[in-house]
Design a protein around this ligand. Structure first.
Ligand code: 3PG
Length: 213
């Protein structure tokens, strides 16, 4: 089992301005896409647990691309928490939060971003002692204007908004005081993956990394 103990990030929100969210259908793409992101200056990748190869892809990246911080996304159940950490996940991201999932992620030993979309959900996650969270689906839930509106009422919460964000809209989120990073799949478009166009992924990563400067 890969060890996560010595590469565990303290905060998911501080890894990079943009977290590439990647849906992989072909495990052979895992290592090249991770290397392409690193080459573009984004040493972080969130692999969604939505495809049959996701755990195998995660393990391949953890084993072969040590310079990237690899996490698991779309974590829905405590079983998936164990599977992801067992495969080498260094952080976990979920689209929502239930008490059992929060408990499992809290006990996992790696940092995590539970998903929230409403103020009550944010308050419930804060009540569980977690201050960093995902805001999902960001654009459909009110976007940057919504996050700006809740910065004052719930100042302890810090977000990684994800869902519908693009290169054109990312900066409006990153300018907010309660946003640490944004997540999105625009850096690894499905057509680029299918064509194994790693140069394009590197170019998109470079543009994403520049949003933090
Ligand atoms: C997800 O979990 O799908 C992420 O939120 C990515 O959303 P996006 O594909 O709209 O960037």
């Amino acid at each position: 089992m890969p060890s996560t103990s010595d590469q565990r990030p303290a905060s998911v929100l501080s890894l990079a301005p943009v977290v590439p969210v990647v849906v992989l259908d072909d495990v052979a793409h895992a290592v090249p896409v991770a290397r392409a992101l690193v080459a573009g200056g984004l040493p972080v990748i969130e692999l969604t647990l939505r495809t049959p190869v996701a755990l195998e892809a995660l393990a391949a990246i953890a084993a072969e691309v040590p310079e990237i911080t690899v996490g698991a996304g779309t974590v829905l159940t405590p079983v998936q928490v164990d599977q992801a950490v067992g495969a080498g996940a260094q952080f976990l991201v979920s689209p929502g939060a239930t008490p059992s999932l929060l408990g499992a992620m809290g006990a996992s030993g790696v940092p995590f971003l539970p998903g929230t979309a409403t103020v009550s959900e944010v308050m419930a996650v804060l009540e569980a002692g977690v201050t960093e969270m995902k805001f999902f689906p960001a654009e459909a839930s009110g976007g940057a204007a919504y996050l700006r509106s809740i910065a004052s009422p719930v100042p302890a919460a810090r977000f990684c908004p994800t869902g519908g964000i693009t290169a054109a809209t990312a900066a409006s989120y990153l300018a907010l005081p309660n946003v640490g990073c944004v997540g999105g799949s625009w850096l690894t478009p499905s057509d680029a993956l299918a064509a194994q166009d790693w140069d394009r992924v590197t170019t998109l990563a470079r543009e994403g990394a520049a949003l933090g400067t």
